[in-house]
Design a protein around this ligand. Structure first.
Ligand code: NAD
Ligand code: AOT
Length: 312
């Protein structure tokens, strides 16, 4: 399949690499000139489960995307605050038959995608894969993961299943979800607990899990997400979600991962996605008259840290 990865940082590179290895015709599109040039000149360098490899993948700077052959599938993997500009820039690639799959962390990205793509071509999902960007053109990938996705448009279930099949044939372990809003909230609970706390406490997920207050903090935050989700008709199984979140503490599986928010702020001095995770719950809580004090506080703390560190 002709696939464009829009946002080829850590996760976009992982998906691009695996889909390329699975025999698809993959093109990367990205907005970081140094990264684009490094991949153009030297290929994408990846440490994949300990094995060093270099793959030649076509890559284009998003501001230079021109009218041409439309792509069959676009996978969106920008950071949340880069999504609108990316969709604006890749308009020339989006045709009447281009399906667009949004796999960003956080809640409510479909509102932005809908501005550029007809509803019947939009697919949303989430992923438990992880990835780290070590520098321009270089990624570190370890562990396993999965993808869940669903169509937003009516009668597009078969297309959603077909997209999941294409991803799975490249080892991405994707499945059709009949309730993607539930899955997105469930994954948002992972990010709403791990990302902010690991960033503030300067540790990875296993390190957080070793601290005594971790369980109570996780449980309180998950309950705030559940309160807001419930108001939107999504009824989270709170004990199951807490267990799912706390599985991330395991150092033998995924616990050594530093969440992407940590990588952004602590390693790369970049602004974070907090407004699309805990901040989204905060805003919705305010709108619905629901108390979300931990999410409010976490959002403020991360913003203060961004200011102190002069993140950009
Ligand atoms: P990323 O920051 O690695 O890449 C996103 C974009 O930012 C890319 O266009 C990249 O080129 C650009 N970028 C990265 N570093 C830059 C720098 N120093 N200067 C300028 N531009 C730079 O983002 P990601 O981790 O791939 O995340 C994409 C989405 O996937 C996010 O919504 C994230 O929350 C989600 N996600 C991430 C992980 C993970 O383990 N990284 C796991 C699951 C979901
Ligand atoms: C993650 N991490 O989503 C993925 O780093 O933003 C991130 C992220 C899967 C399971 C646990 C954490």
């Amino acid at each position: 399949m002709k696939i464009t990865i829009a946002g080829a940082g850590a996760m976009g590179s992982r998906f691009g690499l695996m889909l390329h290895q699975g025999g698809n015709e993959v093109t990367l599109v990205d907005g970081w000139p140094a990264h684009v040039n490094a991949i153009k000149e030297h290929g994408l360098h990846a440490n994949l489960n300990g094995e060093e490899l270099t793959v030649q993948l076509p890559i284009e700077l998003q501001s230079e995307v021109k009218e041409g052959e439309k792509t069959e599938l676009i996978i969106l993997f920008t950071k949340a605050m880069q999504l609108d500009q990316m969709l604006q820039d890749i308009k020339p690639l989006i045709g009447a038959h281009t399906n667009v799959l949004c796999l960003l962390n956080g809640i409510g990205h479909e509102d932005i995608v809908e501005k550029y793509v007809p509803m019947e071509n939009i697919f949303i999902g989430n992923t438990m894969w992880t990835a780290g960007l070590e520098g321009a053109g270089k990624v570190k990938l370890f562990g396993n993961g999965s993808v869940e996705l669903q169509n937003l448009g009516k009668n597009q279930e078969q297309v959603a299943s077909d997209i999941a099949k294409v991803l799975s044939e490249s080892g991405l372990n994707a499945s059709y979800s009949s309730n993607i809003h539930y899955s997105i909230y469930r994954k948002a609970c992972v990010n709403g607990t791990m990302n902010g706390l690991c960033t503030l406490l300067d540790t990875n997920m296993a390190g957080l899990g070793e601290t005594h207050p971790a369980h109570e903090m996780v449980a309180t935050i998950v309950n705030e997400f559940a309160l807001v989700a419930n108001h939107e008709g999504v009824s989270l199984d709170v004990p199951e979600v807490i267990e799912h979140v706390e599985e991330c503490f395991d150092p033998t599986t995924i616990g050594k991962h530093y969440p992407s928010m940590y990588q952004d702020l602590m390693t790369n001095n970049r602004l974070t996605e907090i407004d699309y995770i805990n901040g989204a719950i905060s805003r919705k809580g305010k709108k619905y008259g629901l108390a979300t004090p931990y999410c409010n506080f976490l959002t403020q703390l991360i913003h203060s840290k961004e200011e102190i560190l002069k993140a950009k």
